[in-house]
Design a protein around this ligand. Sequence first.
Ligand SMILES: Cc1cc2nc3c(=O)[nH]c(=O)nc-3n(C[C@H](O)[C@H](O)[C@H](O)COP(=O)(O)OP(=O)(O)OC[C@H]3O[C@@H](n4cnc5c(N)ncnc54)[C@H](O)[C@@H]3O)c2cc1C
Length: 526
Amino acid sequence: MRHFDAIVLGAGSAGELIASNLAKAGRSVAMIEKLRVGGECAYVSCMPSKSMLRSTQVRNLTKKIVELGGSKNPILLSDEEGAFAWAASRRDQIVENRDDASATASAIKAGVELIRGTGRFEGPDQLRVNEENLSWTDLILATGSTSTIPKIEGLDEIDFWTSDQALSANTRPKSVLIVGGGPVGCELAQIFARFGAETTIVQFTEQLVEHEHPEIAKRLAQNLVADGVKISFDTSVTKVEMSVNKTVIAHLSNGSVITVERLIIASGRHPNISELNLNLLGIEVNDKGAIQVDGHCRVLGYEHIWAAGDVTGIAPFTHTANYQGRIVSANVLGGDEVANYSAVPRAIYTDPPVASVGEMKAARSADDFIHAQIELSEVSRNKTDGEAGGLLILSADPSRGVLTGATAIGPHADEWLVEATLAIRAEVPLATLCDVVHGFPTFSEAYEVPMRELLHLSLLSREKLAQRLKRAEITQCDHEFELDKVLGQVRCIKCGDLDDEMQLPNLAVATKEAKDDFYKTQASFE
Ligand SMILES: Cc1cc2nc3c(=O)[nH]c(=O)nc-3n(C[C@H](O)[C@H](O)[C@H](O)COP(=O)(O)OP(=O)(O)OC[C@H]3O[C@@H](n4cnc5c(N)ncnc54)[C@H](O)[C@@H]3O)c2cc1C
């Protein structure tokens, strides 16, 4: 039995990164992969979907060429099927025709021993791959996730697609029925609809992208409808059958029947654990099948077993897989890195995109969080670009005076949301965020008005708190003055009274420099 310093099971975004990092640090590393080095993202998920979406955006923009002043005469875009095939060939170049040769070469160059095959545990300290048993000092589980196939009568008899096939197709079906209106379903819907396929989404809840803010989800649905997508809310597919001419007949829970050329299942994903025999290691998974990890990405209860990426069930995106990959690499090499998931962005790359970060809802009660929003039609860049507007909603915690969440739908929202991402991650005070200068005209100017509103609401909320404290009739208060960073005032934390002698000039107190200055001044008084 061969022994390695580290065995990395799964060579997707997380596994590939960890294996290379550890090998470059001089560890002996075996990376086990049953399909493609690079996993899902490079070949069948992020990269092909974003490539196809880009083609649809350009196509849509071309349709607006007269409106946007690019030409006096329209450009005819009639050949939708041919255009789809052309977009697919561009996509295939970008995803290297789903060939992992270059990713494999990079891993090997880094010093990784790549073993192709399916890994299964044969005991608490043995992994079986092909005909060989392997052992480890550190084991890293990075097996990713797979499309969840819902229980629908007759589905076994149908040649349906998941996102893998939908994003590898070279020909466009005339009509598609997409089961599931999550991020994947919405992106696929826009791709197929904009290339002229009759497209229907069946969504079992009352809004698309159910984890997002309802108003943002509503706008996304409106945009997809404008692209020609039909959406059935609160509906599920109960039964499917194949017609004599090979079309799919789908029976919906609302009694209607839809006939389409292709059924696409996009109803969520689940961690890849079923073939691993994790029970032999004593590892338990949660009710969603995800491997539980601590902040260090150590599997709970195991010193030398780690997990990263979709298999952990935490924010299942490539950037999380990469982040956890960095954490695991550092910690296996003796570091003490702890993951912070407070500001992991998420995006739906439709045109325009939806982008969100942090928490929009109150963790404790509705009163604990304040919200402010702006229509993007009020931002100058929207006018110069001739865009259809959009919405930005911000959320803050007044007690801490910091931003807690941001969600937007609008042009390039996936890019300019990074400002909120940084603000939430670094807990930048609202007063400082209000002091940020944005270039004119940029979409990021959208932050300015709602951010000031949040600061204002935050101040009011503090005032209200102070009044409530006073109403509590603390008559003979033995004042305990403290600097209130948000208000820029020195107040008694018991009764809310101001210390008149110790007031700061303005809200800039929330910046670190100002705060430091204040304390220096205070110290010089003493
Ligand atoms: C359609 C679609 C679009 C997406 N778009 C985006 C996007 O735009 N941005 C974004 O951030 N995220 C996106 N995602 C999510 C992203 O693809 C995943 O979060 C990311 O790929 C997870 O990486 P991973 O390393 O955890 O797993 P994977 O990339 O799935 O890699 C796991 C690897 O493990 C291998 N494996 C599994 N079991 C075994 C075994 N027993 N033995 C050997 N090998 C095994 C698999 O073959 C696979 O190669 C999208 C997902 C989908 C489905």
